[in-house]
Design a protein around this ligand. Structure first.
Ligand code: GH3
Ligand code: MG
Ligand code: MG
Ligand code: MG
Length: 311
C-alpha cells in the first residue's frame, strides 16, 4: 500500500521523535510538531492523510485541535488520538470529540502497525474517491457544454437560447422592464457557400459568431445561434434608444470584419440583416411567439435590401 502523509502532534519532544522515527520506518512521510497551533498552521501545507494527535497538551488540547481542524478544513481525514490514559470513558469521549481511533501510550509496535494499516485502506479509498470526483466534475462540465453550446460556433445553442428567452420574458414581465431581442441573418449566405464551399461557409459563421460573442457576453446579454446562418441576441433591461444603437453597432462590426463575398449583390463583403423588437413583456409571451414576431421584422429588413435593421 501507498505511504501516508502523517501529521504527528505531541508536546513531549522525546516521545514525538521516537514515534516519528517508528512511523518513518513503517514507510510513511511524517511531519512532527509540538503544539496544536503549529499543527493547524502546517495542516494545509503538508496536506496529511492522517492526524496522530496527543490529547494532553498545554494551551490547546488534542480534542480542541481536532475540533478546529474539522471546522477549518471540511474535507474529512482520519484522526487517531494518543493518550497515556486507557480508561474506557476517556476512549469513548475522544471518539465522540471527532476521533476515529485511539492509541494508548507507550504505543505498542504491533497495535500501531495494524491500526495504521486500517487507516491506509481508508486513505487509499479517499484518494480514489477524490480522483473519481474530479473526473465526474470534468464530465459534468463537458456535458453542460455539450447541452448548452453550439459545436461549430461555440455560441449558446438553440436549447439554451429558448430557456434563457423564457427566463428573460418572465423576469422582465415581473419587474416591468423592457428587453430587446435581435434576430440576425447573414445576407446571401447560400451564394457564399455555393462559391466558396461549405467549409469556408463554416469559417465565415465562426467569424461572425466570434464577433457576436465578443460584443454580447456580459451579464444580462446573450448571443446565440438560432439555427443555420441565423443568430439571436438578447439584451436585458434595454430600451428602444439603446437597442437601435446596438443594431447599428452590430451592423458596423460585421462589416468591419471585411469577409470577402464577391457574390453578394449588396456589397462585396459579408453583411447581416437584423430584425429587432423591444418591449415590456406581459409575461404571457412565449419564446416561440417572439421568434415569430422578430422573424417578420427581419424579413422586412431583407425586403428593404439587406445589410440593415428594422425595428
Ligand atoms: P438571405 O440573404 O435572404 O438570407 O439569403 P441566404 O442565401 O442567406 O438564405 P438561405 O436561407 O437561402 O440560405 C441559407 C444558407 O445557409 C443555406 C444553408 O446551406 C446555409 N447553412 C446553414 N447552416 C450552415 C452551416 O452550418 N454551415 C454552412 N457552411 N452553411 C450553412
Ligand atoms: Mg502530551
Ligand atoms: Mg436564413
Ligand atoms: Mg441568410
Amino acid at each position: 500500500m501507498e505511504a501516508m502523509r502523517i501529521l504527528l502532534v505531541d508536546d513531549v519532544h522525546l516521545e514525538r521523535m521516537q514515534l516519528a522515527m517508528r512511523l518513518q520506518r513503517l514507510g510513511h512521510i511524517v511531519e512532527a510538531v509540538g503544539s496544536g497551533r503549529e499543527a493547524i498552521e502546517k495542516y494545509p501545507l503538508f496536506d496529511p492523510d492522517l492526524l496522530l494527535l496527543d490529547i494532553s497538551m498545554p494551551v490547546m488540547s488534542g480534542t480542541e485541535v481536532a475540533e478546529q481542524i474539522r471546522i477549518k478544513y471540511p474535507e474529512w481525514i482520519p484522526i487517531i488520538f494518543l493518550s497515556g490514559h486507557d480508561e474506557p470513558e476517556m476512549i469513548a469521549k475522544a471518539i465522540d470529540m471527532g476521533g476515529d481511533d485511539y492509541l494508548v501510550k507507550p504505543v505498542n509496535k504491533i497495535v500501531l502497525a495494524s491500526k495504521l494499516k486500517a487507516m491506509q485502506r481508508i486513505s487509499s479509498m479517499r484518494h480514489k474517491l477524490k480522483v473519481a470526483t474530479v473526473k465526474l466534475e470534468q464530465a459534468n462540465e463537458l456535458l453542460s457544454q455539450l447541452v448548452n453550446e453550439d459545436g461549430l460556433t461555440k455560441l449558446a445553442n438553440r436549447r439554451y437560447l429558448d430557456e434563457t428567452l423564457a427566463e428573460y420574458i418572465s423576469w422582465h414581465g415581473r419587474n416591468n422592464f423592457s428587453m430587446t431581442i435581435i434576430m440576425i441573418d447573414v445576407d446571401h449566405f447560400k451564394a457564399y457557400n455555393d462559391h466558396y464551399g461549405h467549409l469556408e461557409g463554416d469559417r465565415c459563421l465562426q467569424m461572425v459568431s466570434a464577433e457576436l460573442k465578443a460584443n454580447y457576453s456580459r451579464a444580462g446579454e446573450l448571443a446565440a445561434r438560432y439555427g443555420g446562418e441565423e443568430f439571436v441576441v438578447l439584451i436585458s433591461n434595454c430600451d428602444k434608444t439603446r437597442a437601435v444603437k446596438e443594431c447599428e453597432r452590430l451592423k458596423n462590426c460585421i462589416q468591419k470584419l471585411e469577409i470577402p463575398h464577391l457574390y453578394s449583390n449588396t456589397s462585396h463583403i459579408v453583411t447581416v440583416s437584423q430584425g429587432m423588437v423591444t418591449w415590456i413583456p406581459t409575461g404571457l409571451e412565449t419564446a416561440e411567439n417572439m421568434y415569430e414576431i422578430v422573424d417578420k421584422v427581419l424579413y422586412k429588413a431583407k425586403g428593404q435590401g439587406r445589410n440593415r435593421f428594422v425595428v
